[in-house]
Design a protein around this ligand. Sequence first.
Ligand SMILES: Nc1ncnc2c1ncn2[C@@H]1O[C@H](COP(=O)(O)OP(=O)(O)O)[C@@H](O)[C@H]1O
Ligand SMILES: [Mg+2]
Length: 335
Amino acid sequence: MQQPNDTSVPAIDAARALSEKRIRHTRIAEVMEELNTLIYPESQDNILLVCGPTGAGKTTLSRHLVASALERATSQMEANRGVIPAIYVEAPASGENDFSWKLFYHRILTQLGDRLESPKVIYGIDPKTGRFVRPLGNSLAALRTAVEQGMRERQVQFLVIDEAAHIIRQTRGARKLEIQLDTLKSLANQCGTQIVLVGAYDLYQLVSLSAQLARRTHVLHLERYRDDRPEDVLAFNRCVLAFEKTLPHLWGGRLTPYTKGLLENTLGCIGTLSSVLIRAARLAEGAGSWSVDSLERALLTEAQRKRILEEILDGETAVGPSFTRVMPKFKRAAA
Ligand SMILES: Nc1ncnc2c1ncn2[C@@H]1O[C@H](COP(=O)(O)OP(=O)(O)O)[C@@H](O)[C@H]1O
Ligand SMILES: [Mg+2]
């Protein structure tokens, strides 16, 4: 990389400014639009699946999806303070053990909250009689009941489950997998809620193991920006420019010359680009001035990049066929 003139960094927290920056880029806009079209009260798509590479911005997208649904429902929420139209939860990591549905239900209940004026069934007050009823215990069945009631009362239209592969990763055998997936499906049915599963490509591969779910699930692909598609290169360039503009005093127009190298190094993943630039900004701050050296040191190592690329290529190959939606040729009725 070419060495530009060093510049001293003003005493502001550049890394924080970068991490607070949210870029509305093409891929996010496309997937958001598709999700917003498919999420509606009478939808038959009970379970939607969003997959894409690590660092593509899936978590950012999920949080944004929920935040914008809440924003759209402001007047409804003001009229009825019990309503929570959308919820985001991260599926707990299962570690060595089976997935903990209890912990998962606890997380949903926390999101459903108890601060609003809505019926307090979960917390032991019968909304109709106003009398105290036996509080629900901590058994799996009680938690599940509380989640179902809470979701219905709060009229949760959709529930986003991030890191959803945690739910099924530890399950061995097709039978167990079906049980986990059935649990999710019935949660969606019982609560009248659509569930958006979000995860890296392994989630797609796990879900594909279930013929039932694979057939019924609509898949959305939050893809990376590829260097072999001119429109992707342009969209990625716009992202670099947006990050550059966030810190004009630091980069002062000297980041964009490295766009090609950044696209290659980050594999076109905007989350990874953000992480690289945050590291570069911190290194520059540490050194007292920006130089291309701080950018080079912030890049992914070749070993990291190779590992991520392998995962992406495997994932894209797996997802690929489902995105080739072939219109069947209907036979003309004989005249
Ligand atoms: N659109 C965006 N604008 C700015 N920063 C982003 C954007 N998308 C992701 N990031 C940042 O990149 C990092 C990784 O993104 P994340 O959404 O966690 O990716 P994923 O869940 O796909 O691995 C996060 O720190 C996030 O703040
Ligand atoms: Mg994530």
